[in-house]
Structure formats: structure tokens, C-alpha cells
Design a protein around this ligand. Structure first.
Ligand SMILES: Cc1cc2nc3c(=O)[nH]c(=O)nc-3n(C[C@H](O)[C@H](O)[C@H](O)COP(=O)(O)O)c2cc1C
Length: 372
């Protein structure tokens, strides 16, 4: 039975343990999308805190319609690429791997310095209001249905961003197919109403993610990690469920994994809750049908919860979000039996400043509080 502090081989990498930093948007980049020193210090703190692998915040992929938030970092240009080098170097020096999450905002876009136009598979307006936390205001725009040319440009954007990630020294890329952004929208019955080759039943709606996986794999080669994140819920509607239940979920996982992925990252509000009406969790469904590692995410706050998912064989890796914001050194604390600081919504600052705000550095032996 694997334990939390057992190593894991992931393509050419050997991760020192199973604790992964979940991707979290920080809106802390320069206005033009360059990563900066604040972000370097922020990611370095999690690497020093014992996480074996960090997944970055969602990074936009092209200078057309992919940017989702103002001050979101990019990997669309050479300047973006170069700005990540100090971040990646600092994380590597602290002993962790780092994977760039590649994200196209799709219909959930609320801030793009390159274009005012919003695009998505179909002209379906997301529910609810933009996230004020990330500088949004009012309802979401109704996006334009993407043309074939725009779809090809979006695919090329993922490819170019993956090349830039590799050149900047990242260990891999995670394709963001979750939380309601573009790749998720293409897989979604609600958001993809196309009648061309990119739409149809749940299998047909996998066409764009499959194309992106294959194109990215071709571009980065066999020895670079390529993962994908999947969820049922969206930022704009957390209650959505995939159509087709467990059987179709299995088929999705097997089909996507078979296109060239090294891992599947599955996120739900509670990683261990039944995915549909009763039955196994989404992570357990994935784990049972694919041979690549599964990363589970959602509501994992303690070492005991993480170990339980490993023991029940629902995942190989555990991604920690809010509990990591409260404890940049979550893995060290768990391993050494040091008390964890409970997450509270005061820590929900969108900025990459928590390590300093929490007085994190050198506090392993003490209980870190917001005021240090
Ligand atoms: C502040 C914040 C920003 C987030 N940004 C992203 C993101 O950029 N990409 C992504 O896939 N998920 C994002 N998420 C979702 C988290 O990765 C994670 O799924 C969620 O917090 C639930 O896990 P947890 O219970 O461990 O926090 C974000 C979550 C938070 C709290």
C-alpha cells in the first residue's frame, strides 16, 4: 500500500512523495503576464515546505482569447517564457518538481489585455456573476461561438505554451480541462451545442481535448510530463454533473488517458464523496480504469485524509489547495506531526503573498498565524 511519503515515478520524474500543490490562481503577475519575484518566493515556499510536485496557477496560452483574468501569468510569448525561469529554478533548487497548468478561459474569461472578444464552443452565457475576487464585475459576457480558424489557433496556443514550458525548465504541463474553462466547456453538454466535428454526444465532445493532448504530446516529446485536470462542477455552476454516469465517466478517462497523458487530475468539492448518486468517488472511478497515476483533489486537509485515499486505492497523488494556503509546509508538518493551521477565509487573498503574511519561513516548530 503506498503511503504519503513514498516516492512515485511519473514519466521521467521521480517525485519524493505524494503531496502535490493544487493549482491556485493568484493574479499576481505583471500586467503583461510576466511572472515576477513575488511569485518566485511564493512557489519556492511550497517547495521548501516539502511538496513533491507543484502545479502552478492556470497560465494563459495565447495572445488571442485565452487570458481569463487580469494579472494572470502567461506562457504565450517568449517574454512570458523567460519570466518563469527564476520560478522554476528556485523550485528545483528546493527539491520539488513543477508543472505548468495551461488554461484557456473560454466563456469564463473576465479579463484579457489582448482582446475584448470572448469565445467558447457555443454562445452560452455562464450563470452567475464574475469573480470580484479576481477583479470581475457583473454578469459574464455571452461568448461568440468559435470558428474553425479560432479552434485551430487555440490548439496551436496550447502547443506553443507547452513548448515554452519545456524551454523554461518546467517538468511538465497540466491541460486544464476542469472548472468550466474552455476544454471543459467543449466536453460539456450544457456549453457545447455544436453540430460540427467538435460537438455531439459525450464521446464526440472529447474531440478538442483529444486533439490538444495529441498535439501537445507531439510537440514536447515522450519524456515530458503531460497531465490533464477534469471536474464535473464549474466555477460558474458547481452543481453540474457529467451526463452518462459511471460508465461514461470511465469511457472519458480511458479515452483521454489513451491519447498520451501521464496522469489524470480529478477534482470534486470532496475528493472522497460519491461522484453520482451513491457509489465510488470520481477519483476511484478513474483509478480503477486507467493505468496512469490519478491525482485526487478536493477537501483534503489532513495527513489522515490523504493516507485514507491512498489506502482505499482511490489515487496515487493528493493535491492540496486551501490547506496549503494555510500551511505552505503542509507535508513537513504532516510528516513530523506538527499541528496544522486551520484554513480560514481571511487567508483567501488572491495574491501570492501568503508565505510572508503568514510569517511562514522558519516557523516549522511554531503554530503559524496570520500575523506570524
Ligand atoms: C484561490 C483559489 C484559486 C484557484 N485557482 C485555480 C486554478 O488556477 N486552476 C485550477 O485548476 N483550480 C484552481 N482552484 C481550485 C483548486 O485547485 C482546488 O480544486 C480547490 O481549492 C479545492 O481543493 P482544496 O479543498 O484542497 O482547496 C483554485 C482554488 C482557490 C481556492
Amino acid at each position: 500500500m503506498p503511503r504519503l511519503f513514498d516516492p512515485l515515478k511519473l514519466n521521467a520524474l521521480t517525485l519524493p512523495n505524494r503531496a502535490v500543490l493544487a493549482p491556485m490562481t493568484r493574479v499576481s503577475a505583471e500586467p503583461e503576464g510576466m511572472a515576477n519575484e513575488m511569485m518566485r518566493d511564493y512557489y519556492q515556499a511550497f517547495a521548501e515546505g516539502g511538496f513533491g510536485m507543484l502545479i502552478t496557477e492556470g497560465i494563459y496560452t495565447d495572445t488571442a482569447y485565452s487570458q481569463g483574468y487580469f494579472n494572470q501569468p502567461g506562457l504565450a510569448t517568449e517574454a512570458h517564457r523567460d519570466s518563469w525561469v527564476p520560478v522554476v529554478t528556485a523550485v528545483h533548487q528546493a527539491g520539488a518538481a513543477i508543472v505548468a497548468q495551461l488554461m484557456h478561459g473560454g466563456a469564463q474569461t473576465q479579463g484579457n489585455i489582448h482582446h475584448a472578444r470572448h469565445v467558447a464552443p457555443s454562445a452560452v452565457q455562464p450563470d452567475g456573476r464574475q469573480l470580484s475576487f479576481y477583479g470581475g464585475e457583473g454578469p459574464y459576457a455571452t461568448p461568440a461561438e468559435m470558428t474553425e480558424t479560432e479552434i485551430q489557433e487555440a490548439i496551436e496556443g496550447f502547443v506553443q505554451a507547452a513548448r515554452h514550458a519545456r524551454a523554461a525548465g518546467f517538468d511538465g504541463v497540466e491541460l486544464h480541462g476542469a472548472n468550466g474553462y474552455l476544454l471543459h466547456e467543449f466536453m460539456s453538454a450544457e456549453f457545447n451545442q455544436r453540430t460540427d466535428r467538435w460537438g455531439g454526444d459525450y464521446k464526440a465532445r472529447l474531440a478538442l481535448p483529444l486533439e490538444v493532448i495529441r498535439a501537445v504530446r507531439d510537440a514536447v516529446g515522450a519524456d515530458f510530463v503531460v497531465g490533464m485536470r477534469l471536474s464535473q462542477g464549474m466555477v460558474t455552476n458547481s452543481r453540474l454533473k457529467w451526463d452518462g454516469g459511471v460508465e461514461a465517466a470511465r469511457d472519458r478517462f480511458v479515452t483521454l488517458a489513451g491519447a498520451g497523458l501521464d496522469y489524470l487530475h480529478v477534482t470534486e468539492y470532496d475528493a472522497s464523496a460519491p461522484a453520482f448518486d451513491g457509489g465510488p468517488s470520481l477519483a476511484a472511478i478513474a483509478k480503477e480504469c486507467v493505468s496512469i497515476p490519478v491525482v485526487a483533489n478536493g477537501g483534503i486537509a489532513t495527513g489522515a485524509q490523504a493516507e485514507a485515499l491512498l489506502e482505499r486505492s482511490e489515487a496515487e497523488l493528493l493535491a492540496i489547495g486551501k490547506a496549503a494556503l494555510a500551511n505552505h509546509d503542509w507535508p513537513i508538518r504532516v510528516r513530523e506531526g506538527i499541528g496544522l493551521t486551520e484554513f480560514d477565509y481571511d487567508m483567501f487573498s488572491p495574491m501570492a503573498t501568503l508565505s510572508n503574511e503568514l510569517g511562514w519561513r522558519g516557523t516549522h516548530g511554531r503554530s503559524a498565524t496570520r500575523n506570524g
